[in-house]
Write a protein that binds this ligand. Structure first.
Ligand code: NAD
Length: 498
């Protein structure tokens, strides 16, 4: 039996909430695999009351003497074991995400591995956490500062990298000493439950990692509105991010917002064109283009625009669309048919406005007709004022635009509401640094794209949100900076003698 078969022949998964170490709730939300249309899972649909139960469990654990007395090194130990157990389960987790997202298993395995690397990074941070001391402020006066856990935190996860994004938040929260309520996407909920159970097997106490499945407007909103949730780390669209920020602002609740993107891929005339073409294809089409950092705007110097476009088209034409379990698949299905239709519409609008369709542009028939497939698509001659240049499409669509000088390239890259990531290609390192520093984004890549490491905090500026996931900065999001000030020598009071 091939892996493609095993993915479609499993029983329908019955996915219940994981609250306080128990499975609860009746699964009712049906999930059809986007690649085949087959029913693969049913998820429970959390009510406000069920979310409250999860928060109560997380709060009870957080306030318990045993949790309060855990130290960083103990939590590091849990996380190290958690990483080991996740490694043992990587194939199973990757197959679940591949099936529910529509992405190739081979790439889903990479997502899980990156998630595991985050768990190890969080463990390392916990082991080496130091705080600060201020011995030199005054004689007989010692101050120390520590980062203390915020309390119960909510983690709201999108559908494009379900396990990976959960794992770029959860272990840092645990490392900090927070307890959690996780809400995965209503399209991809299964891996979150599996991960919560593995966390418990690793020794993290029941009730510290709770997962409620269901819809954003109900379960997600209930997490945000719950007064005992101190902070919500949200990853999702800019549209939802605004609602999240408004809800949080009313309660003065902190949120971290990892939102949409519209990354530019600037290619200068002095770039190595083969490498730039490889990068353009990888950056635009990995994960079917359903990536917040997808480099969906190829902004290229006019003198090389035709040559580079031809190289990119040649490479992209070789990508194979197919089922997630087929090892030959480069590009899987989009998350659901309505999303595929939206992507197709964005291309149609751009072409009818004068864009030149260089590749793709038509959903496949034949064996893939039952799935939400859309091929790698390239449209050149894109007007920077058009929607395809400024709005997130979230599919395998690359818009090509030419520029004449460096200032224009920078202005074009920055000419969207977003600021998550940009990439640039040049053999002149001075240009790489000076242009890179003028690009508005949390991440800028020079001669690479869609790169990163758990050590490097990740997040955006402008409409891509605020706050950071991962690395030390990501860990810090889950903490409050507090000082403890100790006088060992007397401090004369200005009121002395009154
Ligand atoms: P989405 O905004 O529709 O949903 C994200 C999550 O929020 C889901 O779990 C959803 O149920 C929940 N949600 C929806 N409404 C809510 C509400 N009112 N209150 C609380 N939670 C609510 O996003 P999506 O379609 O799942 O994911 C795709 C989007 O995520 C894209 O825009 C993409 O760029 C973005 N994204 C950003 C990053 C990043 O790190 N910046 C990473 C991945 C995806």
């Amino acid at each position: 039996m091939t892996m493609a078969d095993t993915l479609t022949q499993k029983d329908v998964r019955h996915v219940r909430h994981w609250i306080d170490g128990h499975a609860t709730g009746e699964p009712s939300i049906e999930r059809f695999a986007p690649a085949t249309g087959a029913l693969v899972a049913r998820y429970a649909d959390a009510s406000t009351e069920e979310v409250a139960q999860a928060v109560v469990a997380a709060r009870r654990v957080f306030e318990s003497p045993s949790w309060q007395s855990t130290v960083h090194s103990q939590r590091a130990g849990w996380l190290e074991r958690f990483a080991d157990l996740l490694s043992e389960n990587r194939q199973r987790l990757a197959e679940i995400d591949a099936e529910e997202v529509g992405k190739p298993v081979a790439f889903a395995l990479g997502d899980i591995d990156l998630g595991i690397a985050h768990v190890r990074q969080a463990a390392a941070i916990a082991r080496t956490e130091t705080g600060e001391t201020f011995p030199g402020v005054a004689h007989g006066y010692l101050a120390v500062a520590e980062r203390r856990a915020l309390g119960v935190v909510g983690l709201v996860i999108p559908w494009n990298f379900p396990a990976q994004i959960m794992l770029q938040k959860l272990p840092y929260a645990i490392a900090a000493g927070c307890t959690t309520v996780v809400k995965p996407s209503e399209f991809t909920s299964s891996s979150a439950i599996a991960i919560a159970r593995i966390a418990e097997e690793a020794g993290i106490p029941a009730g510290a990692v709770n997962v409620v499945t269901g819809y954003g407007q109900t379960a997600g909103q209930a997490i945000l509105e719950h007064p005992d949730v101190a902070y919500v780390s949200f990853t999702g669209s800019t549209r939802t991010g605004r609602i999240v920020a408004e809800t949080a602002a009313r309660q003065l609740k902190r949120v971290g917002l990892e939102l949409g993107g519209k990354a530019a891929n600037l290619v200068f005339a002095d770039a190595d064109l083969d490498k730039a073409a490889d990068g353009a294809v990888f950056g635009a089409f990995i994960n079917q283009g359903e990536s917040c950092v997808a480099t969906t705007r190829l902004i290229v110097h006019r003198s090389i625009a035709e040559r580079l476009t031809a190289l990119v088209v040649e490479r992209a034409a070789k990508l194979r669309m197919g089922l997630p379990g087929d090892p030959a698949t480069d590009v899987g299905a989009l998350i659901h048919p309505a999303h595929r239709d939206g992507v197709a519409n964005a291309v149609d609008v751009a072409v009818s406005a004068g864009g030149v369709l260089e590749l793709g542009g038509k959903a496949p028939g034949g064996d893939l007709a039952n799935g939400a497939f859309y091929p790698p698509t390239i449209v050149s001659g894109i007007d920077p004022a058009s929607a395809l240049f400024t709005e997130e499409v979230f599919g395998p669509v690359l818009a090509v635009t030419a520029f004449d000088d460096d200032n224009e390239a920078i202005a074009l890259a920055n000419a969207t509401p977003y600021g998550l990531a940009h990439s640039l290609w040049t053999t002149d390192l001075n240009r790489g640094v000076t242009v890179g520093q003028r690009l508005d984004a949390g991440t800028v890549w020079v001669n690479t794209c869609t790169d990163g490491s758990p050590q490097l905090a990740f997040g955006g500026v402008k409409a891509s949100g605020y706050g950071r996931d991962a690395g030390f900065e990501g860990y810090r999001e889950f903490t409050e900076y507090r000082t403890l000030q100790i006088r060992t020598a007397d401090r004369p009071s200005p009121f002395a003698g009154r």
